[in-house]
Design a protein around this ligand. Structure first.
Ligand code: TXA
Ligand code: MG
Length: 383
């Protein structure tokens, strides 16, 4: 297993040639995207794609997203491109490259394991320069789920990938280290059904952004509505995106989320920390807590090196996910970028509970709260 370290903004062909050749030849290569790290395999190679499932411990019925480097490559992965509705083309023109996955009819050349038992395939063109260059050099569509063990938080750095995958990756496989991911939660998964857009998984492109751009009603898959509003999701109620039915994004620690009135959120956290005085915990909040409880590690978004600028923005600006020029300054965006890394960090510290100040479930906040609802198994309360 190899690690290739590359520039995140301007990766040279030379630095990626070997990784791309490994990918093309049927090995597993993990790589950064603007959302999270993916565990990639040649999407036309059945044996390679099956190895993804083995490495992740992924349920066999959960389909993979196929990544391409240019919209012109769609014809290789989608059947009957001419029949695709205009709203899909508009979504591609508006949001690609970027964190939007489209569910489309699958091309027969794709390895069957990419979309087990389904006639459709999820496709996206990532905006991360390393992902684009790697796929281009490999010269094949790349199937890539998030590069974590099934059920664990997705990796947002190469060392997160190695934490989960070092033992699974063999000779010939490798990890491309292109630094930390900017968006931090996965892509939005959508399908255009009749004259509406259905969100199967909220992510880096918000419902509001889709509504503005596509001029069609945008609805959430009913399973998602339910998982955000009730404690337990009925097992019999099948979500449209198979991946959403599994326990997910979950650290070993128990996650608890409060959101709404800031003072009340703080009060609940302090009460909880006090009532569980014998246990070690972590607190994740927007601004620093003045009296961090003695049994807690306190992390705050605004307590870290001070961000500045656009205090209103909640969404990622379209096609600007690298966003270096746009300081990431709002709590939903910082939480989105940092959440998975924090869950992993506090697991390494072996805390028993992770208490999180949540956000309004609008804009990017919907994706963050969806992941938190999974990570907390429904331990969420609006106060
Ligand atoms: O941001 C992302 O999407 C990342 C990066 C690596 O691109 N990938 C990712 O893949 O999150 P994964 O496998 O962890 O999640 C894919 C989701 C799952 O919930 C899966 O069920 C759904 O997309 N999905 C894939 N193909 C589908 C299909 N044909 N129909 C419905 N849902 C599908
Ligand atoms: Mg995943």
């Amino acid at each position: 297993m190899k690690t290739w370290r590359v520039s995140s903004t301007n990766p040279s062909t030379e630095s990626l040639r070997e990784a791309a050749a490994a990918l093309k030849a049927g090995n597993l290569v993990a790589f950064p995207t603007e959302t999270v790290y993916g565990l990639g395999a040649n999407a036309l190679n059945e044996a390679a794609v099956r190895r993804i499932f083995a490495a992740k411990g992924r349920p066999a019925d959960n389909p993979l997203i196929v990544h391409i480097a240019d919209p012109s490559e769609l014809a290789q992965v989608v059947a009957d491109l001419n029949a695709v509705p205009p709203a899909v083309h508009l979504a591609i023109a508006t949001f690609w490259p970027g964190p939007l996955t489209l569910i489309l009819p699958a091309h027969p050349n794709l390895a069957p394991a990419v979309h087990p038992g389904m006639a459709t395939v999820g496709v996206r063109m990532p905006s991360h320069p390393v992902a684009q260059q790697l796929i281009r050099l490999a010269g094949c569509p790349v199937a890539a789920p998030s590069a974590n063990k099934s059920g664990k938080p997705s990796p947002t750095t190469a060392s997160d990938v190695l934490e989960d995958m070092a033992e699974e990756l063999a000779e010939g496989d490798g990890v491309v280290d292109g630094g930390a991911c900017e968006v931090g939660v996965e892509s939005t998964v959508i399908a255009v059904e009749g004259n509406r857009v259905v969100i199967y998984r909220p992510g880096g492109i918000s419902k509001e952004q889709l509504q503005d751009a596509l001029g069609l009603p945008v609805v959430l898959d009913p399973h998602l509505e339910q998982s955000l509003t009730s404690r337990s999701v009925e097992a019999s109620f099948a979500p449209r995106s198979p991946g959403m039915k599994y326990r997910h994004y979950a650290p070993n620690a128990k996650v608890h989320v409060w959101w709404g009135n800031r003072d009340k959120v703080r009060q609940r956290m302090e009460e909880f920390a006090h009532a569980h005085g014998q246990e070690e915990m972590a607190l994740i909040t927007e601004s620093p807590i003045s009296n961090c409880p003695p049994n807690a590690h306190c992390w705050s978004a605004l307590g870290e090196p001070s961000p500045s600028g656009d205090s209103q923005a909640k969404d990622y600006p379209v096609k600007d996910y690298q966003a270096k020029a746009q300081p990431v300054s709002t709590y939903p965006r910082i939480l989105s970028r940092e959440l998975y890394g924090l869950l992993r960090k506090f697991d390494r510290l072996r805390v028993t509970h992770i208490l999180v100040e949540g956000v309004e479930p609008t804009g990017l906040g919907l994706a963050v709260m969806n992941r938190l609802s999974k990570a907390s198994e429904g331990r969420m309360e609006k106060v």
